[in-house]
Design a protein around this ligand. Structure first.
Ligand SMILES: [Zn+2]
Length: 444
């Protein structure tokens, strides 16, 4: 294992150790785009995502598989009645000039860019050339999601990817997403609804991130909660295959329900050692999951069952929050929690009702460098555009000093609903987020 790989592993461990602390100290906002890591459900359902394909190259050149990697994975999944989520790229053929990086390092497939399936082999991967593979995946009931067209980083990522070319521009990021979206729609009649940014790099530039680009596309952010480890180069192929299923076996032995609602991260491509342990590991993973009574579904099916991380079937506010999501509202935070017991603030109320519409206005204002909104909030404030829209629509009284953190009172909510739906509901004394979401859902 190279030094860089060891460093990535060590950094991941440190991040994991302090994750709870980092999360507790990071402000979180209501958002149209939610980061879907796992969802709350008591059912034994799980999803698997496969990044960086489709791939026509044979798994492990010296191996025994007869079909290309993507076809091999599809066949294996279907033998177990499983449906995968293939997080595809369009093409990396435009990512030149470039030089191949060192095998076993993070730049294995290119120094300035990523190349899939490998450096110099861009013509054997990506949705642009793998028409047959995409058709095959769709006819097998699998889901296609967007890992962007060219797999170029959205923003600068020092340390591991410091030498990489990056877009650094939301218009370029959206154009790239649209290119893949159009390809799938026009050639395959398929509508993408989820996306995972390359290498999870989110910051695009000042005040703008991947969440803004995804909001403009109407997508949700697809993350994952369980590492399938296929990307990890180890001393031998056998060790890499074992790394794909051993943690799963351990997790199921410790608690057979521990995988409920989780999203397992996998690769439809080669790892840094130019091997594809998933081609042999997947079968063992699926056997383990089937043995524990799990169904492997697509991420969209998982979200249909339960869209949120902290609310599931049987929870009081669940039907209202789900109805609102389906009706184009934004009842959850960016981390996909609804937090029904928390106090609903004025900014959150506005974002809940106008989040999708506001996303576009917010991006435009940040790009124009137009200064604060008339309501006094900064152009890049997460709720600035939504508060402004709420005032324009008569849902909030106009002011130049809006306070998005003030709790929404019964009076605020009554006026808000009167302007939005033409009638004011009876408001309870205790306006928790759950209570407000139920009132909004009942008004629809
Ligand atoms: Zn990737």
């Amino acid at each position: 294992m190279s030094v860089v790989t060891k460093c990535i592993g060590a950094a991941k461990k440190v991040k994991h150790r302090f994750e709870a602390q980092i999360k507790a100290n990071t402000p979180v906002y209501v958002s149209p785009v939610r980061r879907i890591e796992r969802v709350k459900t008591a059912k034994r359902v799980v999803a698997m995502t496969f990044d960086d394909g489709p791939c026509q190259m044979l798994p492990n050149p010296q191996g025994t598989h007869e079909k290309g990697l993507t076809m091999t994975l599809a066949d294996t999944l279907e033998r177990y009645g499983a449906r995968g989520t293939f997080d595809v790229v369009g093409s990396t053929a435009g990512n030149y000039p470039d030089e191949p990086g060192k095998e076993g390092s993070a730049s294995w497939g290119g120094k300035r860019y990523d190349h899939y399936p490998d450096f110099g082999r861009d013509s054997q991967g990506g949705a642009e050339v793998c028409r047959e593979e995409i058709d095959r995946l769709l006819s097998g009931g699998h889901e296609i999601t967007s890992h962007t067209y060219a797999h170029v980083l959205y923003g600068w990522k020092p340390l591991v990817y410091g030498r990489r070319h990056y877009l650094g521009d939301i218009e370029k990021a959206v154009a790239d997403l649209e290119k893949l979206h159009t390809l799938l729609r026009e050639r395959h009649g398929y509508a993408i609804s989820l996306s995972r940014p390359p290498h999870y790099v989110d910051r695009i530039g000042p005040g703008l991130s991947s969440y803004d680009a995804l909001a403009l596309m109407g997508y949700q952010y697809m993350a994952a909660s369980f590492d399938g480890a296929g990307w990890l180069p180890l001393s031998s192929y056998e060790a890499e295959v074992e790394a794909t299923w051993r943690p799963l076996e351990r997790a199921l032995a410790a608690d057979p329900d521990s995988l409920c609602g989780q999203i397992i991260f996998q690769k439809d491509g080669f790892n840094m050692a130019r091997r594809t342990p998933i081609a042999d590991g997947l079968e063992i993973q699926l056997k383990l999951l089937a043995g524990a009574g799990y169904r492997v579904v697509t991420v969209s099916e998982l979200m249909e069952l339960s869209p949120f991380a902290d609310l599931g079937e049987g929870d009081d506010a669940f039907p209202a929050a789900r109805k609102l999501v389906k009706s184009g509202y934004c009842p959850a935070y960016r981390d996909n929690t609804v937090r029904p017991e928390a106090v609903m603030t004025v900014g959150e109320l506005c974002e809940t009702a106008f989040g999708w519409e506001a996303a576009k206005a917010r991006v435009e204002r940040v790009l124009q460098k137009a200064g604060p909104w008339p309501c006094g909030l900064a152009a890049a404030h997460p709720y600035g555009a939504a508060v402004e829209l709420a005032m324009e629509r008569g849902c909030l009284p106009k002011t130049e000093k809006a306070d998005p953190n003030a709790p929404a009172t019964g009076e605020t909510l009554a006026a808000f609903c009167k302007a939005l739906y033409g009638k004011a509901p009876e408001t309870p004394e205790n306006l928790t987020r759950g209570a407000v979401l139920k009132l909004l859902a009942a008004s629809l």
